[in-house]
Design a protein around this ligand. Sequence first.
Ligand code: ZN
Ligand code: ZN
Ligand code: FE
Length: 753
Amino acid sequence: MSIKTKRITINGIVQGVGFRPFIYRIANDLGVKGTVLNSSIGVIIEANLDDENLEKFIELIKEKKPANSEITSIKIEDIEYKDFNDFRIIESSKNDITTVSIPVDLGICKDCINDIFDTENPRFLYPFTNCTNCGPRFSIIEKLPYDRKYTTMRKFKMCKRCKNEYENPLDRRFHAQPNACPVCGPYIWVKTSTNKIIEKEPFDYITQKIISGEVVLIKGLGGFHIACDAFNEKAVLELREIKRRDFKPFAIMIDEVEKLSKWIIITEEEKKLFYSQKSPIVMFRKKNINYFKYVAPLIDSVGIMMPYTPLHQILFKKLKERNFSNPLVMTSGNFKDEPIIKDNEEAIKSFKNFDILLHNRDIKNRIDDSVLFLDNKKNIRFIRRARGFVPEFIKINSNYNDFIFAAGGDIKNTFAFYRKGEVLLSQHIGDLEIKENRDFFISSYNNIKRLFSFKPEIAIIDMHPNYYSSNITKSFEFKKVYSVQHHISHIFSVMAENNIKDNVIGIAFDGTGYGNDGNVWGGEFFVVKNKNVKRIAHFEYIPLPGGDIVTKETWRTFLSFLLPEIDFAIDFLKKKIEKEKIEIVLNMIKQKINSPLSSSLGRIFDAVSVIVTGDIISEFEASGPMKIEALAYKTPESYEFEIEKNEEIYIIKSNSLRKEIINDYKNNKKELISSKFHNAIVKLIRDLGTKLVKEYEANGICLSGGVFQNRYLLNSILNEFEKSKIKIYFNQKVPANDGGISLGQIYYFLTIM
Ligand code: ZN
Ligand code: ZN
Ligand code: FE
């Protein structure tokens, strides 16, 4: 058989995951001669192969590929014959076609855990241990190709042993770009609250502080965490004061989640996710909502992650040595909703009187911990998509050739770039109301654009006239900027994930978004048919007296929602709020002063939460709805929305629901109100959804929007449709909240515009 020189180009997640040494090994096993290199168009192999060997070679690549790699395409070409003496890994070449991926930051692998806890190992207790199967990637990368000299590890010169590992194709650390050891790599120290530097046994110092109930700062992989003993009430309350967060849930870290089984329900699938190298914050169900009442008050889940870096592993080991086995609070190191702090100087400046565990491996791209939960069908549902997932591309069905940028929304912002057939969603940026987050938006935009050589000339923004995301994007000087309605973007994010192009009913239940008619939308039914999107049903409009402020002062929405039952409403509120205030707000409603109309289900949730919880102020975004979600229990009982057809559109009304809620309130049945309210929404989706599917001969229902992060609701809907012929689709790859709309904006442009 004749031997030819072949060029094999492999695309996907193939850099920073031990791909080249893997190729080297199988080439040697097969006696194949040639070269392999990393380039910005993927991994390129040039090798002399006959047909039989080629087939075997490709088969082995597909079958045995490294655990964290992913192959999206393998291209094989004949090239001019070259003479090779052996098989070699050669230097990365610079190439400028852009189909390459950057690996995500991965939690420590089992082998590296063994290394750091092996007293004989040179990396015993070394907090920056990593290998080709684990460690920092995106967070340290400055530009492509992914080589040490283009990462923040550049400043550390590898010692002889590290260099040998790095250069030995058979070593686990072959071309592990962040490879380091205690001799040559980054190190940690503590800056104490009194500005002393502790370089000797910094772990001992910091663990002692944690155990004694102090709040400390710890620099991690994608930014700083604020940490304390999660079971120390005083410490957690102090942390709340620092973060200016009275009730917002904090994530906790524990080495073995099983240790918490007394308080939380742990399923096999959740456990697997928890220990996975993506190591997200997994929202575990509490066995009783009063558990973790300082860490995650009044809600029914608590977010837990594992010590995903060697640094965190050692921290927990040191705590254990002191017979301390409590979980730690590990919440983003920032004030309120600002971006997570990533630089040493900034941390020292912002947290002056704190003990801070620092290190000198710089973070280039800040990235928060991802947060997700599993629904009762074991599907992943993102709340925040960041570390471990960004910058993985999301495949979408499109042949469109040009780049596109999408700005996303203003709350829970993520933005996105499109390149042929795939979308890159940014890490969670946050609330653009805050100046620091807008700066983060701009810097992250520039970083990602440069990293991947994206050159978009088209941008998509939300239709809202005053969104920061839109205005910043306009200042970037794109050739063309298009806008898409907020909730249509939500629906299209689900369609994008599920490769649906047309003929579907969309249900967007959400907080707020700017509607085509200038009103505040958020409880919408659409039909997508013949490349046309039409709004076909929505909740009855209610005024929001004061506009945006109602998301904080939820009693205003309560008052507005209960206008037909005004005596009850006033009676309810007058114990909690001055009569004059109530009157002013009522007047605003009556005279239509600064009272935009809203069809948002999120706002109705707010109103109902006021009745159920008695809280007239929202402590953080959606805190009321989260609290009533926690109270809902399984029952066949339900309220009912009325559906009326008004010209071409169905209006969903709450007249009987209001009356019955008041009745149940008078009988002091708060949990029942909550359950029946949730069930009414499920019923609405089932009944009106089914009706609309038939009416429009649609192929299924796509559901999105922040309301679907409600687990009770989501699970009930999944159960309800389990035996139905109607297919339902939710977000699985991006959050159902506004963190997912940048994907929808792009997909809308590609399918409709
Ligand atoms: Zn490793
Ligand atoms: Zn070294
Ligand atoms: Fe939204």
